[in-house]
Design a protein around this ligand. Structure first.
Ligand SMILES: Nc1nc2c(ncn2[C@@H]2O[C@H](COP(=O)(O)OP(=O)(O)OP(=O)(O)O)[C@@H](O)[C@H]2O)c(=O)[nH]1
Ligand SMILES: [Zn+2]
Length: 400
């Protein structure tokens, strides 16, 4: 049998090879109908991710759910277990990823594996992906996002982060020797939803502390408190955290976000600002790229601002509808929503940023300086003319 070097092969587990419940979906080829949502389930080691997965799978009966578990297998190779639930039945398959590292394995091969699986088994209604406790969900999220641009039939619905009520605070406080942000904090920063699990193990006071810490990192996130990860499925599935379907609710949500005080040392926090008026798309791109790519926006002490997550609603000149901005690490995109601006007066830009060294006043000033519509800058125009003249070989006459 020929194998493609870079594509993980799915190997069905013998004992699981019993016929699927009828319904005839098995041999259905992937059709190009609606896209399949992916929910990323992240959270520190032992927080209750698998418990959440199992809970969803047993609760859920009308969806065909594919589950991908990222776990470290024997040796350095990473193994991924994949189970499909149909009518409550669990099917498991293993896909082995050969090159060890989670991020690049997932990036290079994960999607291919999912697509292969869909071709074999027909389309799923939903994909749940549990990352390892030490993963940076941003890398996993990016993969679906990038692919969405390539027109894949999968889209990122949301990132759920499970936190251990008892050990969560300690995990958030853990200092890394290299001075980088610890994994637990990154997982909170990137989450759309947080589940503080194992509330049975803590007092109300302890619960308050972890809740406050979470909010100080991520002012946008919705928090649920659970035992055995039991949440309303409608709260965690089909939340549309990344697309314009969340446009209306996002507007309301953004309005209530406040700039937080960094809670745990000088760690990650949420900053938000609003600037009235419209932006030109080109300048908005420059602003975002300076922040995410060039990293040349600094705080008062000269430290570069580091943005992990970015969400916003902006008004772009010549666009009648509100535009949603989404960013995860270096990736970002702009998408027009179905909500239109009613009057010019109403036009405004509101951004929420989660990251390090953020200063909302500086961000706001930089935004005003680079993004908002300005009159034609006459000195710039003159300079440009001068350059053109010089380039064309004509020496301009000067007075001195
Ligand atoms: N007391 C208590 N224990 C829980 C609760 N939820 C899960 N557990 C237990 O916590 C342990 C870890 O749960 P998992 O769901 O495996 O956690 P996980 O995040 O998937 O763990 P890893 O994949 O190893 O990172 C298990 O022994 C669960 O039974 C809860 O609400 N209360
Ligand atoms: Zn697990």
């Amino acid at each position: 049998m020929e194998e493609e070097e870079d594509c993980p092969e799915l190997i069905p587990i013998e004992k699981q090879e019993q016929p699927l419940e009828d319904g005839g979906g098995r041999d259905v080829q992937v059709s190009c109908s609606s896209k399949i949502p992916v929910t990323i389930i992240t959270g520190y080691l032992g927080a209750g991710k698998t418990t959440l997965l199992n809970y969803i799978l047993t609760e859920q009966h009308n969806k065909r759910i594919a589950v991908i578990l990222n776990e470290f297998g024997e040796g350095s190779a990473l193994e991924k277990s994949l189970a499909i639930s149909q009518g409550g039945e669990l099917y498991e398959e293993w896909l082995e990823l050969r090159n060890g590292c989670l991020c690049c394995s997932v990036k290079d091969n994960g999607l291919k594996a999912i697509e292969n699986l869909m071709q074999k088994k027909g389309k799923f209604d939903y994909i749940l992906l549990e990352t390892t406790g030490l993963a940076d969900p941003g890398a996993v999220a990016s993969m679906f996002w990038v692919d969405a641009e390539l027109g894949s039939d999968i889209y990122l619905d949301g990132i759920v982060s499970v936190i251990d009520a008892k050990y969560g605070l300690q995990q958030l406080r853990e200092e890394k020797t290299d001075g980088l942000t610890n994994e637990a904090t990154r997982q909170v920063a990137l989450a759309d939803l947080i589940i503080i699990n194992k509330t049975d193990l803590v007092s109300e006071e302890e619960l308050n502390k972890i809740r406050t810490a979470v909010k100080s990192i991520n002012g946008l996130v919705k928090i649920f408190e659970t035992q055995r990860s039991r949440v309303e499925l409608s709260d965690v599935l089909d939340v549309h955290a990344f697309d314009s379907l969340s446009g209306i609710s996002l507007q309301k949500k953004l309005q209530h976000v406040q700039t937080s005080q960094p809670h745990l040392d000088k760690s990650i926090m949420t900053a938000t600002f609003e600037v009235k008026g419209s932006a030109t798309e080109e300048n908005l791109n420059i602003f975002i790229q300076n922040l995410l790519w060039e990293r040349n926006v600094t705080d008062k002490t000269g430290n570069a601002m580091e943005v992990i997550r970015l969400k916003g609603l902006v008004s772009i000149k010549d666009k009648t509808h509100q535009v949603i901005v989404q960013g995860v690490h270096e990736l970002y995109d702009l998408e027009e929503t179905t909500v239109s601006w009613k009057t010019d007066d109403e036009r405004t830009n509101r951004l929420v940023l989660i990251g390090k060294n953020l200063d909302k006043e500086i961000l706001k000033q930089v935004f005003i300086a680079t993004v908002t519509e300005k009159q034609e800058n006459s000195s710039c125009f003159l300079l440009l003319k001068l350059v053109q003249l010089l380039n064309s070989g004509i020496t301009p006459i000067t007075n001195s």
